[in-house]
Design a protein around this ligand. Sequence first.
Ligand code: SF4
Length: 641
Amino acid sequence: MSEIYRSACPLDCFDGCGFKVSVENGIIKRIDGDVSHPFTRGFICPKGRALADRIYGPHRLRHPLLKREGKFVSISWDEAYDIIVKKLDYIKRNFSTLSVAHYYESGSGGLLRSLDNRFFNIYGGVSECSGSLCWGAGNSAQAMDFGMPLSHKPDDMLNSKLIVLWGRNPVYTNIHLVPFIERARKKGAKVLLIDPIATASTKLADYYYSIKAGSDALLALGLAKTIIERGKEDRWFISNRTNGYEKYLSLLKRLDMGWVLHETGLCPEDILNIAGLLMENRPATCYIGYGMQRHAGGGNAVRAIDALWAVLGNVGVRGGGVNYSHRLMSRYIDDGFYAADRATAKREFLRGEMATFLEEADPPVKALFVTKANPLRQIPDTGRLIKALNKIDFKVTLDLFMTDTCEVSDMVLPVTSFLEEEDVIYTTMSRTYLNYAERVIDRIGEARPEWEIFADIAERMGLEGFPHLTSEEWLEMALRPLKRHGITLEDIKKGYIEPPGSTEIPWQDGFMTESGKFEFLNFDLNIRAGDGDEGYTYRLITPHPKDSLHSQSYVGIYDLPYVYINTGEAEKMGILDGDKVLVTSPSGELEGLARPSRAVPVGTVMIYEGQYGVNRLTPIATADLGGQAAIYDARVNIRRL
Ligand code: SF4
C-alpha cells in the first residue's frame, strides 16, 4: 500500500509543479503531478518524473569525499568539518574573510537551501557571486519599467486576442502554458511566435517570424515607430500612465528603419504584418523568453518590448501584459533570515566573470565553496575557468551528484535532496505559488542538508548566529513577513498560496516605479547584440534543451553534443547529418555531431546548453543590465573533421 506525500519540483523551471509522491516501504515508487496545483494541475514533465531515479542513481553522492593524491576517498563528517574549520580559521586570521569565495546558483530549489548565504555572512562576509547567467538583465529591465517584474495569471490569456511568444519556447521549457495557449486559440486568440529558431513551439503559432539573434530591441522599436506613425498608439494610456514618452518618441523619429531591417533580417512587409497584428488585436499578451537578454543590449531588448506594449495600451488590462517573471516573493523573506548585517566585509563578483575575478582578485581567493551549482558547465569560457580554479588552494563543493565541478574540487560534501527534507519550494520565473514539500523519505547514505552542514561548521568555529534549528523553525523565521499578512506555514501546508499583492492583472492601479508611472526606455543606450570577434562567421546560441534543466540530466555524460546548423549552409560546406564537426571560437573549441536543420537560420549555430564543453565557446562579456552574462554574443566558426 502506497503512502502519498506532498512535494514540489525543485528544478529551476518556469512551472514550479506541485508533486504527489508515492512511497512504499520507505522507497519512492512514483512522482506525479498534484491535480490541485492552480497552474500545473496534475501533469509533470519527464524531468520531474525522473527525479526519483536520479536520487537513487549511481551518480548520487552518499559520503563526504576528500581528494588524496588525485583520487577521492571517503572520510567521516568529523574529518571533513575539522579540515574546513581549520582552513576557514586560518584564512580569517592570516588573510581576509574575502579570500573565501562562495559561488551558488538555483540548481536545487527550496527556501532553506539559501541558508548557505547566512553562514558566509556570520563568518564575516566573503566574496559572493552576483549578477546572472540566466535572466538578470530582463529582471532589471522590468524593475526599471514597471517597478518589478510581475506576470498575469495564465488564465488571463483567455481574455487576449493575440498571444505573442517572443523568444519563449513553452513546448520545451514551460509546458504548463501550452494548455492555456490551446484554450485561448480555441476561443479565437491568434498566436504570434518571434524567435531566431523555428522551435517546437511553432506548432502553437498562427504566425512565425525568424529574426536574427540579438535584434529584438530593434524589432520592438521599429514596430513602435510603425504603429505611432499610423496613429494607432494608445494616447490615453501614454498621457495618463507613463513617463519619458517625449524622449522615447524623439528617438523613435530618428530610428532608421533600414537599420532595423538589416539587423533583424526581416523585410518591410514582415514589419507591416507584425505591426498590423498588434494594431488590430488588442488586448495582446506577451511571454518573453530569456535568450534575448543574453546579449550586450539584452536589458534594453526587454525594455523595448515593455515600451511597445505600453504604446499599444496593453499594460494593466485584462488579456494584456508583458510576462517575464514574477518577483513578488522577494518582499516576503525576513531580512534576518540571511543575517546580512553580520557581514562586515563584502566583495562581489559577477557570475559570468568568475574566471577573470579568480585570476585578478586582490586579496586573492584561497578557498572556494560551491553550492547548488555546477559552474564548470555553466560559466562562460570554461578553459579559462579551469585554469583559475586550479590555482585555488581549497575548493569544497556541496552537491547531490558527482558533477564536473565536484571532480575538480578538493572536498565534496553530499547533500540531501528535496525529498529528504521539509521545505517550501516555489518558482519566481512565473506566477508564484508557495509549494509545501514534506520530508518524504529518510536521508540517503550520509547526506545532510546544507543548512545542517553549515550549522555544524558554525558551531565548531564558535560562530554565533547559526543555531541548530529544525526545518520548521527556519521556515517560520524566513516567512515572518508573510505571517504579518496573516499567512502561516500551516496555511502553506494546506494549500497553494500566492504571496500577498498577487493581483490577477498587474499594474491596473499604478506602478511600483518611483514616479508611479510606466517608464519608457531611453534607447540612446546600447540596443544591439555585441559585435563579436572578427573572423568568426556564426552566432552561437545555446538555449535550454527539452530533457534537462541546465547540466542536471547530463551528470556523468560526456557525449559529443549535437551542433545544429542551417541545412543550406551545411550543404555548402559538405557537412552531412551526424558528421563530426569542430566548432571554434576565440575562447576555445568543441567537437560535436552535425545536425543540419531548417529550423536554424542562416548565420547561426545552435547547441543546447548544459552539455559537456559548450561553454568553452562562450565569451566573458556582460550585458547592459543586471550583471547578466552576454553568453549569446558568442561567435564561432564550424568545419567538418
Ligand atoms: S521541470 Fe518544470 S515542468 Fe518539469 S516537473 Fe519540474 S517544474 Fe514541472
